[in-house]
Design a protein around this ligand. Structure first.
Ligand SMILES: [Zn+2]
Ligand SMILES: [Zn+2]
Length: 888
């Protein structure tokens, strides 16, 4: 970097150049032959056609910070990126664009439609990976995968066949969650439960013999058209005499039996339950036990089917609901209606209410797979951060249900099963089949696999499994998974199961589930709410470092990140200001160390103790303490603490104090310039390393300019600073801390009494402790310069007028003001201010004495008014004291 040192930090000019340089230098590529201990992180693969949103921004920033940290610590860091074909999501996008032209996928046919999806993926897909580069993600691009790559697809088939052969995959007729819009089955996890306001309708079913009726309660009355029984508990006295009798189902005029079943809760509703085996999982089980008919009353689009009476056929399910209720009412069979809020499953891709539906699907038997995955958690081999997430994981594993893996889609891994219509045999195969051994042609299953059926395998399929590759040997099992809590069950838990089953070991030992990005009203950011923040826009306007710093500084373990989409400027200002401050400090240090001295190469350790001033020893000790604090914070995933510690060191200790302190030495006005240069440079170098994982660009841009760099060419590959026992100096920290206190106290008094900036003051230091006395004498010149002090006296002052402060060790500081300000004018000003405040106090007292106001106003309003009064009274007394000190 030999270009001129820009006076202003310009992220745009630096970021893309630096990123390309890192990439070209191969810094992000992990070598499978390397001797260092691996540190492996699997990136949650974004949908191939997704655009980067702020959630990705947070997730990938966290991963990048941890990967860069471990890489600098000497681990063989592999951050493995990839993209997911995202079955439903991608198919939906292409179907929507077809719909605009008035076509459906069925008009095109399977082959042509899949071709269209590939075209769409090739045109728009993978751009999210470039967007990740823009925020600085240091992943190993050479290993990037796509879940539909040929080798990953072959691995998916291998897994399907192995599980089938083990009896862990089966095909069955069960109630599944069906999305009538996407026209596919969904897993239980994909049917997201959400509270909905609805009703409970109490319907009367007359007995066939006319001797009375039974009342059933339902939230979905349209399904009564498919009822094939009513069930009661065998011990329920109310119904015991009715068991075995027949009811005449209204509207349908079908005779249905009253059956006794232990699954019925007599305390729920009337104790009698309608049974619709084709539309409810519990009813389906009851139906099996009692040999009941299953009547599917809906089409795949959730319209009423041919199986219902003519007046309902073709109606949408919610229209049918209204019609059924009206008809019951007309017949005098509607007993009552209650308001009811209940959790209803919604399609996680299109938000349509899912319909429980009986259909033939493929399932994975999960209980045997869950066992070792649960054991790994119970043994402590698998840990979660925050810890409470581990219990959610355990509960899900304990109550695991079989996983419906077939999807009625065309985009995805087609199920490797072939049927023979001639001999009726089913063939499951790793390779495509055409002809049955019986000679007849075979027909492949029409369905594809759940998207998650390929992503649960990526910790090993992305490394070449089932081939015994070098990568697999080097990088499995991995180390860490960083993800949003939403996909704990979809992805994380299933990956652990697959790892145990196919690799004999869990795929990672730590799962860090970070918070969600929310707006100031704590709403999740989303396109539909219009409260999103475009991370690439932020990168463009403020720089990637500002984005990363803001995200990291705002997150603590187990909490959400709150950002204000309406105030992008102030939201990201802290990050941008920090980058600017750092640039300016760096520019000052680096332009003042030009012409390296003999001491620069060795850093402070090459310096003799007697050459160091108190300030030198203090900044060296602070730097060392920051190394310890930041390292521990990264290790414990407390990234916000790491950001805070290095921010304090760079902004306050180094830029605001140390650089100010050493200016006379750097300018040759006082001795020890070489030492100051060496110390400033070394501590700045260390701080750049500590901050690099969070703000990689500005730190690298500055580090490239450090003279005499020999160790590493890139900060991104530089070594992590080690704590140094010789740097520790509680004495220097304490003593210099007192110097800082003194300077700050004098500055505060100057500001409080509005002493002109150019005007020097006198101070009297009163009964200082031994350490303060030594430190103040040692750093007297500094103290005078920084607080603009003309004279320091020791002991009591005979003057009365002035400001006073007490330092933490009990040392008193008196600043006589008689000659520093116009006391008479200040007295007048204070008197006027007190009079104004007293007036406010008076009217406020009246307001609060008004019983009507106090009685009528809301409690929090009254409390606020009382607070105001207290504050004004306090100000009056403070100003009065101030007048006293000025002798007014
Ligand atoms: Zn859907
Ligand atoms: Zn056959």
């Amino acid at each position: 970097m030999s270009d001129a040192f820009a006076a202003q930090y310009d992220p745009a000019a630096l970021e893309s150049t630096l990123y390309a340089a890192w990439r070209d230098a191969g810094l992000f590529h992990a070598n499978a032959d390397a001797a260092a201990t691996p540190f492996v992180v699997m990136m949650p693969p974004p949908n191939v056609t997704a655009a980067l949103h702020v959630g990705h921004g947070l997730n990938n920033t966290v991963q990048d910070v941890l990967v860069r940290f471990e890489r600098m610590r000497g681990r063989n860091a592999l951050w493995l990126p990839g993209t997911d074909h995202a079955g439903i999501a991608t198919q939906n996008v292409v179907e929507r664009s077809l719909a605009k032209l008035g076509h459906t996928r069925f008009d095109l046919g399977r082959e042509a439609f899949v071709e269209k999806v590939w075209e769409h993926v090739k045109a728009t897909g993978g751009s999210i990976l470039g967007q990740l580069a823009a925020i600085g993600a240091s992943c190993d691009w050479e290993r990037a995968y796509f879940t539909l790559d040929p080798d990953l697809s072959a691995a998916v088939r291998e897994v399907f066949v192995r599980l089938y052969e083990k009896g862990l995959i089966y095909r069955g007729h069960y109630i599944i969650n069906w999305c009538p819009r996407c026209l596919t089955a969904l897993s239980n996890e994909e049917a997201e439960k959400e509270e909905v306001r609805g009703h409970i309708w109490h319907l009367r079913y007359p007995l066939a013999d006319g001797s009375g009726h039974v009342t059933v309660a339902t939230t979905r009355p349209e399904t009564m058209l498919g009822d094939t029984a009513v069930a009661v508990h065998p011990k329920d006295k109310r119904y015991r005499r009715l068991i075995g009798k027949t009811l005449r189902l209204p509207l349908v005029e079908r005779d249905v039996p009253i059956v006794a079943d232990d699954a019925i809760d007599p305390a729920f509703g009337s104790g009698a339950v309608k049974v619709t085996p084709a539309h409810d999982p519990t009813d389906f089980e009851i139906g099996k036990r009692h040999g009941l008919m299953s009547i599917d009353v809906m089409t795949p689009e959730a319209r009423m089917a041919e199986t219902v009476p003519e007046e309902f056929r073709g109606l949408d399910r919610f229209e049918a609901r209204k019609r059924v209720v009206q008809r019951f009412e007309a017949l005098g069979l509607l007993e009552k209606v209650e308001e009811h809020v209940h959790a209803v499953g919604h399609c996680y891709r299109c938000h349509t209410i899912v319909e429980p539906r009986l259909s033939e699907q493929w399932f994975v038997r999960m209980a045997p797979l869950a066992k070792p995955a649960l054991q790994a958690y119970r043994d402590g081999r698998l840990r979660f951060i925050p810890e409470r997430r581990g219990e959610e994981y355990a509960q899900w594993m304990e109550n695991i249900r079989d996983w419906c893996i077939s999807r009625q889609l065309w985009w995805g891994h087609r199920i490797p099963v072939w049927y023979c219509d001639a001999c009726g045999k089913t063939h499951v195969s790793r390779t495509d089949l055409v002809t049955c051994p019986c000679g007849a042609p075979l027909r492949q299953d029409e369905d594809v696999l759940d998207t998650w059926f390929s992503s649960w395998l990526v910790p090993f399929t992305s490394l070449g499994w089932p081939e015994p590759t070098k990568d697999l040997a080097a990088f499995y099992p991995g180390t860490l998974l960083v993800t949003a809590p939403e996909i704990l069950f979809f992805w994380v838990a299933r990956m652990v199961m697959a790892g145990c089953e196919f690799m004999g070991d869990i795929p990672f030992s730590t799962v860090y589930l970070h918070g969600t990005v929310r707006d100031t009203q704590h709403r999740k950011m989303s396109k539909s709410l219009g409260n999103g923040i475009d991370p690439l826009g932020v990168v463009q306007d403020f720089g990637a470092d500002a984005l990363r710093y803001t995200l990291v500084a705002g997150m603590s373990v187990g909490t959400d990140v709150i950002l204000d989409p309406d105030n992008i400027g102030s939201t990201f200002a802290a990050g941008r200001n920090f980058a600017n401050k750092l640039w300016n400090a760096g520019r000052f240090i680096l332009t003042n160390v030009e012409g390296p001295t003999r001491r620069l190469a060795g850093g402070p350790s090459a310096l003799r103790d007697d050459e160091l001033t108190l300030a030198d020893r203090w900044i060296i000790a602070r730097c060392d303490a920051t190394v310890r604090e930041v390292t521990e914070a990264y290790e414990r995933f407390r990234l916000n603490d790491a950001a805070g510690a290095v921010y304090r060191f760079l902004w306050s200790d180094l830029a605001d104090w140390y650089i100010e302190l050493i200016k006379p030495r750097l300018y040759g006005e006082s001795p020890g310039g070489d030492v100051a240069r060496a110390v400033a440079l070394k501590t700045f170098d260390v701080a750049l390393r500590l901050l690099h994982p969070i703000m990689p660009f500005v730190t690298e841009g500055l580090w490239q300019r450090i003279p005499g760099r020999t160790e590493d060419a890139w900060l991104a590959a530089a070594s992590w600073p080690r704590p140094d026992a010789r740097a520790v100096s509680p004495e220097a920290e304490r003593r210099f801390g007192l110097v800082q206190e003194l300077v700050s106290a004098v500055r505060a008094i100057r500001a409080e009494y509005e002493v002109q900036p150019g005007k020097a003051v006198r101070i009297a230091v009163q009964h200082p402790g031994p350490e303060a006395a030594a430190a103040f004498r040692q750093e007297e010149a500094t103290i005078r310069r920084l607080a603009k002090i003309a004279d320091i006296a020791w002991g009591e002052s005979s003057e009365k007028v002035g400001g006073y402060a007490v330092l933490s060790d009990g040392t008193g500081v008196f600043v006589p003001l008689g000659d520093a300000i116009d006391v008479a004018r200040e007295c007048e000003r204070l008197a006027a201010e007190i009079a104004r405040l007293q007036q406010l106090v008076g009217s406020q007292e009246k307001k609060l004495a008004n019983e009507q106001f106090v009685a009528r106003a809301p409690a929090e309003v009254v409390a606020k008014e009382r607070e105001k009064l207290a504050t004004w009274r306090e100000q009056v007394s403070t100003l009065g004291e101030k007048r006293g000190r000025l002798g007014c």
